[in-house]
Design a protein around this ligand. Sequence first.
Ligand code: AMP
Length: 541
Amino acid sequence: MQSTMQDWPLTLQEVLRRGATLFADSRVVTFQGAGSRTATYAEVARRSSLLAAGLRRLGIGPGDRVGTLCWNHQEHLEAYLAVPCMGAVLHTLNLRLSARQLSFVINDGGDRVIIADSSLAPLLAAIRPTLGSLERVILVGEGGDPSGLGEVIGYEELLAGGSPLQDWPELEERQAAAMCHTTGTTGEPKGVVYSHRSLWLHSLAVIANFGLSDADRICVTVPMFHVMAWGTPYAAWARGADLLMPDRHMQPQPLLSFVLEERPTFLGGVPTIFQGLLLAAEAAGADLGFVRMGIGGGSAVPESLMRAYQRWFPLVQAWGMTETSPIGTIAEPPRGMAEEDPRYWHYRSMTGRPVPGVELRITGAGGEVLPWDGRTVGEIEVRGPWITARYHGDPAPERFHDGWLRTGDVGTVDERGYVQITDRSKDVIKSGGEWISSVELENHLMAHPDVLDAAVVGVADEHWQERPLAVVALRDGRSATAEDLREHLRGRVPGFWLPDLWAFVDQIPKTSVGKQDKKVIRRLQADGSLPVRRLVRVERA
Ligand code: AMP
């Protein structure tokens, strides 16, 4: 029997319309380091349609990719709204990638136009000759040096050059709306392409699971180039919550002053952001009691951090990936379990239960489905309407299993469906919520004339969750120091990848088939058998 329901397409045009009409006086506040600028949803909606008209004048049409190389601010939000709604594809670019990776990602996306912050123009200028598909750069903000960028137009100039777009195209819900590349830790970054439908449904999940409404003020502390800022911009816009944008001022001190000034009710971010904010708030004797809820994810959120925040608000752990849009699981205790219950923190510190719309299972090495008993360890697999079924231009069959995404995360699931990630099948390091590729670091280290062999593993770190430890075997008679090798890596990899922990050994432990045995290296590090030396810590800009 057929249903009688209308077949109504789920597109972001509806999200844009809702914000513009139902919540015209909701606000978008962008922090400027000292002071903020504020626009209403009505103004942002108008500017979004001016942007869409401007992009169309530049020849951008359905399916074309428009890159953004921007921090978290109003203009980035305008691109989030304008680009998908005009039928083009928003391609958010991770501004922390190495030049080589950034070039790869832009070419892989086939971006015709890039909207870039003026302050980031040098990043783009450095790789401009390698960008085959790029026709034009739109510079946001004052004072950028356009030299070396080719054809450039100012963002405000583009908006001022026409009138708001009236004839938005009719869209299909399954067409591409946005694209984000994974950070490329096991090979090159892979493109994940979100549809209007997946983003729409994911927004509903964010609204429902976090109980968002127009009484909320959401501080967007996830970079907007990382998994669509966890869906908060679209969720806020559909529901009329104020959006508080810290721009590039995400370091603890400026973030704290922005938060104290604007009093958000909702915060989402990686543990490093919450850690920094906590220390700054404690030092200032600040009260963050105006926040209703925080969501931490991207890396395991330490229980001590969640407990420290509990005096103000629940900092709730969630898990997800670029491939999962990202909301996958949320760690809330079973119903009725009070904070006094000894099991309360056990559940709060787990990875969580899958949200409605996400199916989850664990599988063994042979692909068999494993039991939910809280003990059996397997690879986590997920499926659902906002989980990718393949990668852009790369079917990568090894990453999928009978229609399920193989996450590369390994863990257990208990009888109630609570997931606990115990390890990663991929040998990568995550520092402050951002991946660091051990393979790439090793390749660069081994390219040094004094280095015979090298292995890099992640080591737990109180502040960054993980930092890389470089274990190096030198060639006979050679004498490179940790300082020399760090200098060698500088400029070859992003600054925050530079290892601050070093150990020199005679031989890198190997498995029976000759691969580096990282399990053994981790064990040697854990039991203190490695002669580890710490150099100065790298702070991220
Ligand atoms: P990304 O695609 O960069 O967002 O990274 C996704 C990966 O981050 C996942 O596959 C996990 O390994 C890790 N991750 C995300 N959230 C959590 C969490 N709550 N606990 C542990 N690992 C997490």
